[in-house]
Design a protein around this ligand. Structure first.
Ligand code: KG4
Ligand code: ZN
Length: 335
C-alpha cells in the first residue's frame, strides 16, 4: 500500500510517501520558521496561508522523488488534530479532496500518534510493547504503547509542556525563535551546576510533570543578574545549561520510574524536544543501566514531519479504517 501523508498542524508543511513494502519513499518538509520569527511565535493565520501555498508544490515534489504518479497512491493520510484549527483544515481539505477525486480512502491521523510511531521509520524499530516519552511544544506525556491504537497514558505535564518551557525560557533570555534549539546550543557552553535549578515533582510518587516552576526560577535568576536588562554571556550560558539539565534530569527520572512501574524495558523518545542531544544521551545511559534500550527517530523526524503521518495512516488504512467525506479536524484531542 502506498500512502501520501500530509502534516500541517502547526508551522511545518510536511509531505511524505510511505510504501508498506519498501518503507519511506519520499519526504519533503517546508518550515515556516522564518515567517514567524519576527513575531517571536507562530501566528496562526500566517501559518494557514503558508500551508495553502506550499502543500500542492510539495506533493508534486514528493511524487517526483518517489518516481510515481498520483494515481499510484492507495490512500491519503492527513493530521486531523490536535493543532491550530486553520492550519489543520488545510491538510485535511487537500488530503480528503484529493482522495475523493482519486476514488481512494483517506484517514485523519492524531498528530501525537504520528510522533509516537516515528521510531518505526528507523532501521531497528522497537517491538511492542514500549514506553514512549512524547515531548513536544504542546505535550509532555509518558504513554504505554501495546500496539497501534493501544495507548495508555501513564503521566503528563500538569502545566507547561517541556518544549513550551524551553521556548519561554529562551524568550526571556532574548534568544531567537524557536527557543529550544537555540537554548540547547547555548547550554553546551555553560556550567550546569552554577545555579541550583529545581527538579520539579521528582520528590513525590507518580509520573506527572510540572515545568512552570523552572520558568519562574529562570526569570528570578535573570532579574538578579541582568545589568540594565542585559545578561553577561557567561551568565546566560550558565542559566541555559542549568535549565536544560533540570528538564533533562526530570524527564530521565520519570522515564526510569515508568519503566520500573510497567516492567517494560524499551523506551522511545518522540516529539521536538527529542532532538535535544543531552536528553538523547542521558536517556540512553538511563535505559542501558536498567538493562533496557532506547529508540529514537532521527532528529528530523522528532520535530513535525509528514513521514510519521504517512506511516501512522498507512497502518490504519491497511487495517481497513478510513474517514468519511465530511472533513473534520479536532484542535484539542487527547491521545
Ligand atoms: O514536535 P514539535 O516539532 O512540534 C509540536 O508538535 O509541538 O516540537 C517543537 C518543540 C518546540 O518547543 C522546540 O523548541 C522544541 O520542540 N525543540 C527542542 C529542540 N529542538 C526542538 N527543545 C530542546 N532542544 C532541542 N534541540
Ligand atoms: Zn508535533
Amino acid at each position: 500500500m502506498i500512502v501520501l501523508g500530509l502534516e500541517t498542524s502547526c508551522d511545518e508543511t510536511g509531505i511524505a510517501i510511505y510504501d508498506t513494502r519498501h518503507g519511506l519513499i519520499a519526504h519533503r518538509l517546508y518550515s515556516q520558521i522564518a515567517v514567524h520569527a519576527e513575531y517571536g511565535g507562530v501566528v496562526p493565520e500566517l501559518a494557514s496561508r503558508d500551508h495553502v501555498r506550499k502543500t500542492l508544490p510539495l506533493i508534486h515534489e514528493a511524487l517526483a522523488e518517489a518516481g510515481i504518479t498520483v494515481s499510484d497512491l492507495d490512500g491519503i493520510a492527513y493530521t486531523s488534530g490536535p493543532g491550530l484549527v486553520g492550519a489543520l483544515l488545510v491538510g485535511a481539505c487537500f488530503g480528503r479532496s484529493l482522495a475523493w477525486a482519486l476514488g481512494k480512502p483517506a484517514i485523519g491521523v492524531h498528530h501525537m500518534e504520528g510522533h509516537l510511531l516515528a521510531p518505526m521509520l528507523e532501521d531497528n524499530p522497537p517491538p511492542f510493547p514500549f514506553v514512549a516519552l512524547l515531548v513536544s511544544g504542546g505535550h509532555t506525556q509518558l504513554v504505554q504503547v501495546d500496539g497501534i491504537g493501544r495507548y495508555t497514558l501513564l503521566g503528563e505535564s500538569l502545566d507547561d509542556a517541556a518544549g513550551e518551557a524551553f521556548d519561554k525560557a529562551a524568550k526571556m533570555m532574548g534568544l531567537p525563535y524557536p527557543g529550544g534549539p537555540a537554548l540547547s546550543k547555548l547550554a553546551a557552553t555553560g556550567d550546569d551546576k552554577r545555579f541550583a535549578f529545581p527538579r520539579p515533582m521528582t520528590d513525590r510518587p507518580g509520573l506527572d510533570f510540572s515545568f512552570s516552576g523552572l520558568k519562574t526560577f529562570t526569570r528570578t535568576k535573570i532579574l538578579a543578574l541582568a545589568v540594565d536588562g542585559v545578561l553577561a554571556g557567561t551568565d546566560k550560558a550558565d542559566i541555559a545549561a542549568g535549565f536544560q539539565a533540570a528538564v533533562v534530569d526530570t524527564l530521565s527520572l520519570k522515564c526510569k520510574r515508568a519503566m520500573q512501574q510497567t516492567g517494560i524495558k524499551r523506551l522511545i523518545i518522540a516529539g521536538g524536544v527529542g532532538a535535544n542531544v543531552r536528553l538523547r544521551e542521558q536517556l540512553r545511559v538511563t535505559a542501558e543501566a536498567m538493562g533496557g534500550a532506547v529508540y529514537y527517530p532521527r532528529p528530523e523526524f522528532c520535530t513535525d514531519n509528514g513521514a510519521m503521518i504517512a506511516y501512522a495512516g498507512a497502518q490504519r488504512l491497511a487495517a481497513g479504517q478510513c474517514s468519511d467525506l465530511a472533513v473534520a479536524v479536532v484542535p484539542r484531542w487527547p491521545l
